[in-house]
Write a protein that binds this ligand. Structure first.
Ligand code: CP
Length: 321
């Protein structure tokens, strides 16, 4: 009986995923364990039918290559089907329909909704509008929890653990949603976080405070060369040009950091360089051929991780079912 209750509490069945903090450590580990088993199916080597008869809506109101296509690939690899909005301009939002109404209606066409939106908080609103599970695929500068799951899968695959590592978060820590999600998960698993960013793109105070409250091992190292020498994981981010209210602020920081052969000269041999991609000049192509480059493997792991997540979330007809 107690075991049943514990299993139900651990179950992601019918649940929304808006923030990485919606998942416990155990739930994250469970998704990563399932994702590892999904790799052959994600590569197309083993057919799977877990989502046969299920429809997943991809509601993307902001550009995406990896997130949307890896979610679609995950659904197809599991035998399900997708409904896709890839261009907000081709929807009735153009006629003034609200996001709330769009999502409410979509939840009667699909078994789950994957949402990307330029506004922070949009996924939380969508979760209220929908009686089907909503998965946040990035909301403005807010959160990108499924990216964090695949980031963790990449780190664990390389190091066999998520604890005790030294992870440098480099770049746009102000607007970058991937680092906002990842920092919480790293703190939860007991890895050290080193923040390295241009001064105007430092991690916002509210995140620092919450991370400290969470007991995170957190410090700053503005000197990129020093940060790289200490790192087990170097997580590079793009400057989020589209989020700057004033383009002159963007121009003041663009090109202020770049990882290339010379930056990596003092790095530990086991260092991995990660990036959620797309990159826009922060990592020189010469790094691709080094054993440090992990970003294309990271992009592939999006498929088995999203397969595992969809499998866990779908399966009951309605939210909370
Ligand atoms: N990593 C990521 O979110 O990439 P896309 O913007 O291409 O989906």
């Amino acid at each position: 009986m107690a075991e049943d209750l514990a299993a139900r509490r651990m179950s992601l069945h019918g649940r929304d995923l808006v923030s990485i903090r919606d998942l416990s450590r155990e739930e994250i580990v469970s998704v990563l364990d399932s994702a590892r088993k999904m790799v052959p199916a994600a590569e197309g080597a083993r057919p799977a039918t877990d989502l046969q008869g299920k429809i997943v809506a991809m509601a993307f109101f902001e550009p995406s290559t990896r997130t949307r296509l890896s979610f679609e690939s995950a659904v197809h690899r599991l035998g399900g089907s997708c409904l896709t909005i890839a261009d907000a301009g081709a929807t009735s939002i153009r006629k003034g329909e609200s996001l709330y109404d769009t999502i409410r209606m979509l939840s009667s066409y699909a078994d789950a909704i994957v949402l990307r939106h330029p506004h922070e908080g949009a996924a939380r609103l969508a979760a209220r509008a929908s009686d089907r599970p909503v998965i946040n695929a990035g909301d403005g500068s807010g959160q990108h929890p499924t990216q964090t799951l695949l980031d963790l899968a990449t780190i664990r695959e390389r190091f066999g653990t998520l604890a005790g590592l030294r992870v440098v978060l480099l770049g746009d820590l102000k607007y970058g949603r991937t680092v906002h999600s990842l920092a919480y998960a790293l703190a939860e698993f007991g890895s050290e976080i080193i923040l390295s960013s241009p001064d105007t793109l430092r991690l916002p105070e509210e995140h620092r405070e919450e991370l400290k409250h969470q007991g995170a091992k957190l410090r700053e190292e503005p000197d990129l060369y020093k940060a790289v020498r200490e790192a087990d994981v170097l997580y590079v981010t793009r400057i989020q040009k589209e989020r700057f209210p004033d383009e002159s602020e963007y121009r003041a920081v663009v090109g202020s950091y770049r990882i290339d052969g010379s930056t990596l000269r003092g790095a530990k041999p086991q260092l991995i360089v990660m990036h959620p991609l797309p990159r826009a000049g922060e990592i020189a192509p010469e790094v691709d051929a080094t054993p440090h480059a992990a970003y294309f493997r990271q992009a592939f792991l999006a498929v088995p991780v999203r397969m595992a997540l969809l499998n866990a979330v779908l399966g009951s007809a309605r939210k909370g079912g």
